[in-house]
Design a protein around this ligand. Structure first.
Ligand SMILES: [Zn+2]
Length: 294
């Protein structure tokens, strides 16, 4: 062996995949919904043809238009996954009702390219009792599903809600403040969950960021991708992210759910000083957005 020049230690760049939930078109006209769908797909294509996982809520796309819009994601190579039909909050429903609602979305998406048996609970709420939690875990396995956990949770849906309200008031509103708030929020949350991952698991997992099919992302998804790349994060395909062993974890906590990193941290009992409940919600963003007049 010849001697080697020692390479300086470089911390491994964090890796992150994008996951897009709900496909709620908020009653938009077909032309507006089509345009939003095209713009989101275009932003991903423009970014090295990045592949995401789409978690589909059945009731939002239960129409010819809705199915056509989702199918384009499958045609473009993205994963099409299950996010229930009705988007119920599991703690408010019986296991039987909720389990049936999980299967109800399948006929809408199972023949599409990209259909993948990966499941995500609405609002990341996985059951508030041991029985309810474990029955769904068994049910999903029996039906061939793997979990579509979020590692980086965020409140993009709430920023979108406020941005749409502003646009309703005045379609000509300056949206620069919303864009900055959104980018800062996502990076802050990504940094938090990545730091927690390193503390709890001793490593940076392959992250999955939760965002939604919204006006906010129609406007700023390209900026989100650029931001992560500029900050030294590596954008990866969702399928690759999901091959990380963290997505097979079954943390023993109640209520079950939240970011999988949050849940694994909670299960150790050691991080209660940094774990708020819920992990993410509008209540944390509202005062800050109010103060900024957004
Ligand atoms: Zn959802």
């Amino acid at each position: 062996m010849t001697s080697r020049v020692a390479t300086p230690f470089v911390a491994e760049a964090p890796q992150i995949a994008i996951t897009i939930d709900d496909f709620n078109f908020f009653g938009a006209s077909p032309a507006v919904a089509e345009q939003r769908n095209r713009t989101l797909l275009g932003a991903l294509r423009a970014h090295k043809d990045l592949k995401v996982a789409a978690f589909i809520c059945g009731k939002n796309i239960d129409s010819d238009l809705g199915k056509n819009l989702v199918r384009r994601w499958g045609d473009a190579g993205h994963l099409i996954c299950n996010h229930t039909y009705s988007h119920w909050f599991y703690p408010n429903r019986s296991f039987e009702e909720f389990a049936q609602d999980t299967l109800r979305v399948e006929p809408l998406i199972r023949d599409m390219p990209g259909f993948t048996k990966r499941f995500r609970f609405p609002a990341l709420k996985e059951g508030d009792t041991l029985e309810r939690r474990d029955k769904m875990r068994e049910f999903l396995k029996a039906h061939g599903y793997r979990m579509g956990y979020v590692t980086v949770d965020a409140s993009d849906w709430y920023i979108d809600q406020r941005l749409r309200a502003r646009l309703t008031q005045n379609p000509q509103s300056d949206l620069a403040g919303y864009k900055q708030y959104y980018l800062d929020h996502l990076f802050d949350r990504a940094t938090f969950y990545d730091g927690l991952s390193r503390k709890v698991l001793g490593r940076s997992v392959r992250h999955t960021l939760l965002i939604h099919h919204t006006v906010l992302n129609e406007l700023f998804l390209g900026d989100v991708l650029d931001m992560f790349a500029t900050k030294g994060w590596k954008l990866i395909d969702a399928e690759h992210a999901f091959s990380d062993s963290v997505f097979s974890a079954e943390p023993n906590i109640l209520p079950a759910g939240e970011s999988i990193i949050w849940a694994l941290a909670k299960a150790t009992g050691k991080f209660n000083d940094v774990l708020r409940y819920p992990g993410e919600d509008s209540v944390y963003e509202k005062p800050k957005m109010d103060k900024l007049g957004l």
